[in-house]
Design a protein around this ligand. Structure first.
Ligand SMILES: N[C@@H](CCC(=O)N[C@@H](CS)C(=O)NCC(=O)O)C(=O)O
Length: 225
């Protein structure tokens, strides 16, 4: 049995959920909010972060490690390419999604627009939000736009790279922003392609209640491709 500890609106938890859905695995999500964790959390998550997975009693923290393990355990419907170069590209974009898109963009925006006002009862740092939007977002999205030479980021087919990048962009849209079609046409089309992906769409449908309760903006989901 696969148990995923985390919340589905978390970028990294969603990566694992989409991977499990893509592979047709049975799983359950045990809700954990890192700002208000359960008593045994330090044992389960050495970093304190979500997600953590319990796979038949084998615990793993870190979404990339979990997804890599699930891919080896269940090789059908692979999300890491076999080809060495394509594999390296998929890992690179997965890394870029976590270390750059999430850490430099989404974390600060989500913290200030949702977590601080709604959970921590702290004021939003509007200057930090403006700086991210003006100084970080354009260059990061432009890089992805330039890197997309085919329909998918690595090896011409769906991989963890696409799941990881689109998962960040979901939260970007949840906050009321969008990937501007005029400025980033390939990236915007890629995002729409991911929204139409069966596993990705199922994950977003399953987190509908959580997103609505947090008053996140789901209007982008009604926009046709
Ligand atoms: N490298 C980790 C990053 C996980 C991560 O940053 N999780 C966020 C939620 S998406 C979190 O737990 N944030 C709370 C914190 O930083 O304390 C992974 O890929 O699992």
């Amino acid at each position: 049995m696969l148990t995923i500890y985390g919340v589905p609106v978390s970028v990294h938890t969603r990566k694992v959920i989409v991977t499990a859905l893509h592979k047709g695995l049975q799983f359950r999500v045990e809700p954990v909010i890192p700002f208000n964790p359960p008593a045994n959390w330090a044992e389960l998550s050495p970093t304190g972060k979500i997600p953590v997975a319990d796979i038949d009693g084998f615990n793993l923290a870190d979404s990339a490690v979990i997804c890599g393990y699930l891919d080896r355990l269940h090789p059908a419907q692979p999300i890491y390419p076999q080809d060495a170069k394509a594999y390296a590209q998929a890992r690179w974009f997965e890394e870029y999604a976590g270390a750059v898109l999430f850490r430099e963009m989404i974390h600060g925006l989500f913290l200030n627009q949702v977590i601080k006002p709604a959970i921590l009862k702290q004021p939003t740092d509007t200057a930090a939000v403006s700086t991210i939007l003006a100084d970080v977002v354009p260059a990061r999205l432009a890089y992805l736009e330039g890197a997309l030479t085919r329909d998918y980021f690595a090896g011409g087919q769906l991989s963890i790279a696409d799941i990881a990048i689109a998962s960040n962009l979901v939260n970007f849209h949840y906050l009321g922003y969008e990937v501007d079609k005029a400025r980033y046409p390939k990236l915007a089309a890629h995002f729409r392609r991911m929204l139409a992906n069966k596993a990705f769409a199922a994950a977003l449908e399953a987190e509908k209640g959580a997103a609505e309760s947090m008053k996140l903006d789901r209007s982008f989901l009604g926009v046709p491709a």
